[in-house]
Design a protein around this ligand. Structure first.
Ligand code: UD1
Ligand code: CA
Length: 453
């Protein structure tokens, strides 16, 4: 069976009140439409056609993967008209699955059931306590589906129906071709309703079937930012539950946000307000403190990250301790057993095993050997106003507090740098180097006293 997927994404989304097309608004850090596309990919479709309209160029640019076909719907004349724009690209498929770009939480398993349903027309429907706004599923005395009626066209009796059309449906291709050409726009909204095909199918003696999603959120659409925020919470809750099932302790599953792909091993503990973004892998027994943000990074086994850290595009090697209030910027690699303390900023720094930068330091564009101790307030002066330069520090070096290392610079292994030094030349191995002025004491010096008036 060859499947074609049509994703309707031409709607304006005026209620978002945004210059960004609705389907590009992110859910868990990823455009809504991309969630739908990723779900469609799980179905191994022959073709995925995205029907775009308003703001379409921006949508295409943002999601320009080679496996997508773009069909323009210049004017939004209705869902039937939208699907029609995709038909020229679907000639080689057996079934057509219609999805909505603004229904981001749809699950592949539900769609597989819908696709497998043995009918030329299968609808995804759901019963809602409040069905207002939706198309209603009209059934006959034998409980057979006979039509879908839109809210604006429904009789008072039909408005009482609580089974609604989610809009997602799967249709046999040849039948769809025939039905779609028969759709007219003589209805309350003067739109070409895709839903009209239900009555056509019944007239052709097709037994229209309904399939139901596991949860309502799967078929919830986003029309405004309030609904988007509600779905974001649903999605985050699901991800939190999945982490807990994998053996992660979450102090409060409602106060963690995952915006990306994360892999995590057992016995990790994540405190409140942790945000994980992009590609993240976390080893076993890792503790992450409150208010920490981690993007695109690898955190190895038994690392402890204390509160309020920001870590981006970095590797934190096993058994390291980071924070509180540390900032680890792109290109940083901690090789293991490192201590990175409060108010320390690392950027593009490779720090070998056992080395410590515990307080108030900036270390950038640096290579630091094993068991080095970088004293409080050490600054690598890596930037001369035009270019960046490198700092190299050998194994077992000890950098005294408040030292400026003016790069390019090499501190050889075992060097000790006296506190308060400004180091501009390579320092010898295993010796004390310092640049500080000699301490003197002025004899007979008196503190000034207030002059009498
Ligand atoms: C549609 C269904 C309704 C269903 C509801 C579920 C029809 C006639 N009605 O109604 O039965 O209960 O969805 O949410 O199908 N779109 C286009 N081009 C268009 C019109 C719409 O691409 O010309 C896209 C929109 O971007 C959106 C989707 O199709 O993703 C649905 O459009 P919308 O206007 O929200 O449909 P409803 O009138 O709510
Ligand atoms: Ca509409």
């Amino acid at each position: 069976m060859k499947l074609g997927v049509v994703i309707l994404a031409a709607g304006q989304g005026t209620r978002m009140k945004s210059s960004l097309p609705k389907v590009l608004h992110p859910l868990a850090g990823k455009p809504m439409l991309e969630h739908v596309i990723d779900c469609a990919r799980e179905l191994e479709a022959q073709q995925i056609v995205v029907v775009y309209g308003h703001g379409g160029e921006r949508v295409r640019e943002t999601l320009s993967d080679a496996d997508l076909i773009w069909a323009e719907q210049a004017e939004q004349l209705g869902t039937g008209h939208a699907v029609e724009q995709a038909m020229p690209f679907l000639q080689a498929v057996d079934k057509v699955l219609v999805l909505y770009g603004d229904v981001p939480l749809i699950q592949a398993d539900t769609l597989k059931t819908l696709i497998a349903s043995e009918s030329n027309l299968s609808l995804l429907t759901v019963k809602l306590n409040d069905a207002s706004g939706y198309g209603r599923i009209v059934r006959d005395a034998y409980d057979q589906i006979i039509s879908i009626v839109e809210q604006k066209d429904a009789s008072p009796e039909q408005l009482k129906i609580n089974e609604i059309n989610t809009g997602i449906m799967c249709i046999e291709h040849a039948a769809l071709s025939a039905w779609i050409s028969k759709i007219e726009n003589n209805n309350a909204q003067q739109e070409f309703y895709l839903t009209d095909i239900v009555a056509f199918a019944v007239a052709d003696n097709v037994n229209v079937l309904a399939v139901h999603p596991e949860s309502e959120s799967e078929v919830s659409g986003v029309n405004d930012r309030i609904q988007l925020a509600a779905l974001e919470r649903e999605f985050q809750q699901k991800q939190a539950e999945s982490l807990m099932r994998q053996g992660v302790t979450l102090i409060d599953p409602k106060r963690i946000d995952i915006r990306g792909d994360i892999s995590v091993e057992q016995d990790c503990l994540l405190d409140i307000n942790v945000i994980l973004e992009g590609d993240i892998s976390i080893g076993k027994g890792v503790n992450i403190g409150a208010n920490t943000v981690i993007k695109n990074s690898r955190i190895d086994d038994h690392v402890t990250i204390l509160e309020n850290c920001v870590i981006e595009n970095a590797i934190v090697g096993a058994s390291s301790k980071v924070g509180p209030f540390a900032r680890i910027r792109p290109g940083t690699e901690l090789l293991g057993n490192n201590h990175i303390g409060n108010f320390v900023e690392l950027k593009n720094a490779r720090v070998d095993e056992g080395s410590k930068v515990n307080h108030l330091s900036y270390v950038g564009d640096s290579e630091i050997g094993k068991t080095v101790n970088i004293g409080a307030g050490t600054i690598t002066c890596n930037y001369d106003g035009a270019n960046k330069h490198k700092t190299i520090i050998g194994d077992n070096a000890f950098i005294g507090s408040n030292t400026a290392l003016v790069a390019p610079i090499k501190i050889n292994q075992g060097s000790t740098i006296g506190a308060g030094s400004v180091i501009t030349r390579e320092t010898p191995e295993d010796k004390l180097t310092l640049t500080r002025a000699k301490q003197i004491t002025i004899e007979n010096w008196k503190r000034p006293v207030k002059q009498p008036k």
